[in-house]
Write a protein that binds this ligand. Structure first.
Ligand SMILES: *Cc1c(COP(=O)(O)O)cnc(C)c1O
Length: 636
């Protein structure tokens, strides 16, 4: 049975979109052509408008069979680490003297479609056309199925590398993909096989290159080029998709290494005491200016007693979801209390604020909805939007004109406007009067997330609606029991209709075991205290004003109408240094950096408590000013 080479090149408006080649027995040709043209017609880069398929018979003696190179992986923690391994392998190939030069060449080589042919004997790049480079063709994996229409980059790479190192005079190949998302490259040689190296560059870097290391003392360049471009090769015994010796956890270790390299690796610090204004860390007592327990209720004796009593009276866990066996009188009591506190008809508990946002938004919206979402909204809102499958239209931060423009220019059958009430990284307050007016005018639901508003803003700490003197009310108020209320859990406050709908549709409500008795009792007690002692919220509001005054007196710029006071430093490294210095001085104030906030707007994020004293706040402001003078220069 004769064998054929099939080559497909597809373009759209003159630009290359897809290319592939196969070497197959005659009987598989038509199926392969059909699969290849399907691929060109449904390509991610666009539907091809020109497809060129070339089919050539291969004479029996023309086809060379090669065993695939063995594949191994040498991941490193850093890009430089990968290049150190590349240099080491080059050294073992007797190229120690040229290793630095070759690595530099790979990292700087001109973008071209083909490869550089580097001659060791003359220390020169000798490919005849520097723009085009050397293009290796006429090769395939022997067992590749005729109809595999999905491109398999790994197999194609091993086939190419196997052919290249068999070319006369070629000693090794270095390769780095120009895909900005793909940071794995390889070095291949007959001696070491195909060695995957990762990371060879940072994610997002579009640089790529390919170098054939050749020695003109061993073979004629023309013979090497002729082999690479013309010799028909079938590669046998390809390894499976991922090399057999790869640990399935390897890709995660690689990603962690990349995070570390970009200073985006996250780790936790340990606290050895209850959450209050002073906490114990590594045996030291530090002043906490970063807690969400704004009213210092997480460590309040009465709240703790209520939780303990409830655990003894009601047990440790609830034993079921609300719709099965996990609905107790405590759940209903807390919901009634929340509805009354937020002045709505009804309320519904969720296990966390995160689950509340995800559950509410994905229940109220579907693929026929459009969600208008503030660009600074919390991650749990973003996740709820994603889960809903609705179209999401992001509007400029708290910019009601931009929101209105988007409401006017977007077609929708069902709509929802959703916003943080107090924005968690900037501490500013949503323009609720305009937002709810727009909701009414354009017939869309409105929802706010009061995670940092409850217990914090409004004359008695009831939140955003109170802050605006009850002049405007959104359809859904979402909140959490985990911040000013010092307990745990999320909630929705809304009309009876919405709440009944959520009970029937919100999956994070339906499919989770309900909150534990101790948590519910703690939240109930905290709400009771918040209402009975409005001076707590007022004291917090006073602390914000006082602290801002102290900062201004010390020459530090900051503004905020809420308990979250961002102090923008700008430079990421400087922000970290300032935060470290403050911790040395006994104040825990975290530095917040990209990607949580935009690049170049790194900041200290201070969160105040009602229990901080003026003396503590004044001293903190002075420490901040001093640390910033030392490490951050001028604030812009
Ligand atoms: C903390 C937070 C949440 C999540 O609440 P949890 O109860 O901690 O899950 C939701 N939205 C915003 C704005 C938050 O800050």
């Amino acid at each position: 049975m004769p064998t054929y080479s099939i080559k497909m090149r597809a373009s759209k408006s003159g630009k290359h979109v897809s290319g592939a080649e196969r070497i197959l027995p005659q009987q598989d040709i038509s199926r392969a052509v059909s699969a290849l043209s399907e691929r060109a017609l449904h390509h991610g880069l666009g539907r091809a408008d020109f497809i060129n398929v070339k089919i050539e018979e291969i004479q029996p003696g023309e086809l060379q069979y090669l065993e695939a190179l063995p594949v191994s992986a040498r991941p490193a923690a850093t890009v430089e680490g990968s290049y150190a391994i590349m240099r080491q392998i080059l050294g073992e190939l007797g190229l120690a003297a040229q290793a630095d030069k070759l690595v530099a060449l790979l990292r700087s080589v001109h973008p071209m479609r083909g490869a550089v042919l580097y001659d060791l004997a003359t220390d020169r790049c000798i490919e005849p056309d520097h723009q085009r480079g050397i293009r290796v063709t006429y090769m395939d994996a022997e067992s590749a199925s005729a109809t595999g229409s999905c491109k398999n980059h790994f197999r194609e790479a091993v086939v190419l590398a196997t052919k290249v190192v068999h070319a006369p005079g070629v000693i090794a190949e270095l390769c780095m993909s120009d895909d900005p998302e793909y940071v794995t490259g390889y070095i291949s040689s007959l001696r070491h096989g195909y060695v995957r190296l990762t990371p060879l560059k940072e994610v997002g870097n579009p640089h790529g290159g390919r170098i054939f290391i050749f020695d003109s003392r061993l073979a004629d360049a023309a013979d090497a080029i002729n082999y690479l471009e013309k010799q028909r090769v079938l590669v046998r015994g390809l390894p499976p998709e991922r090399p057999l010796n790869a640990d399935p956890q390897q890709i995660f270790a690689e990603e962690l290494a990349r995070l570390k390299e970009k200073s985006l690796y996250r780790s936790m610090r340990t606290i050895d005491s209850p959450q209050s204004k002073y906490v114990k860390m590594r045996g030291r007592s530090v002043l906490l200016l970063a807690s969400n327990s704004y009213l210092d209720l997480a460590d309040d004796e009465r709240v703790k007693q209520a939780a303990a009593q409830a655990a003894l009276a009601w047990g440790a866990g609830s034993g079921g979801s609300r719709l099965t066996t996990g609905n107790t009188a405590l759940h209903e009591q807390l919901e009634n209390k929340l509805a009354q506190f937020k002045s709505t008809e009804a309320a519904l508990l969720f296990n966390t604020g995160y689950m509340a946002n995800v559950g509410i938004i994905s229940a109220l919206c579907d693929s026929e909805s459009v969600i208008f979402s503030d660009e600074y909204n919390h991650a749990s809102i973003i996740d709820g939007c994603r889960l809903s499958k609705a179209r999401v239209v992001v509007y400029k931060h708290n910019d009601m004109r931009d929101l209105e423009k988007k409401l006017q220019t977007t077609a929708y059958r069902k709509g929802l406007i959703v916003s943080d009430a107090v924005f968690s990284m900037d501490g500013d307050i949503v323009d609720l009067p305009r937002l709810t007016a727009l909701g009414k005018q354009y017939h869309v639901l409105t929802m706010i997330d009061e995670a940092h508003a409850t217990g914090v803003i409004g004359a008695t700490g009831k939140g955003t609606v109170e802050y605006y003197d009850y002049a405007c009310v959104p359809d859904i108020i979402m909140g959490t029991l985990s911040k000013a209320l010092g307990a745990e859990g999320g909630f929705a406050c809304a009309s009876k209709t919405i709440i009944e709908y959520l009970k029937n549709k919100a999956r994070s409500f339906i499919f989770a075991t309900s909150q534990a008795p101790a948590t519910l009792a703690a939240a109930l007690k905290a709400l009771e205290i918040l209402e009975a002692e409005p001076r707590r919220a007022q004291r917090l509001q006073h602390n914000v004003e006082y602290f801002l005054r102290c900062l201004h007196d010390a020459g530090v710029k900051a503004e905020s109408p809420t308990a979250i006071v961002p102090i923008v430093i700008g430079n990421e490294a400087a922000a970290l240094k300032v935060a470290d210095e403050l911790l040395q001085q006994g104040c825990l104030i975290p530095a917040i950096r990209y990607p949580t906030v935009a690049k170049g707007t790194a900041r200290l994020r201070v969160a105040l408590m009602s229990s901080h004293t003026e003396a503590e706040l004044k001293r903190t402001a002075q420490l901040i000013a001093a640390a910033m003078k030392k490490y951050a220069g001028k604030q812009n």
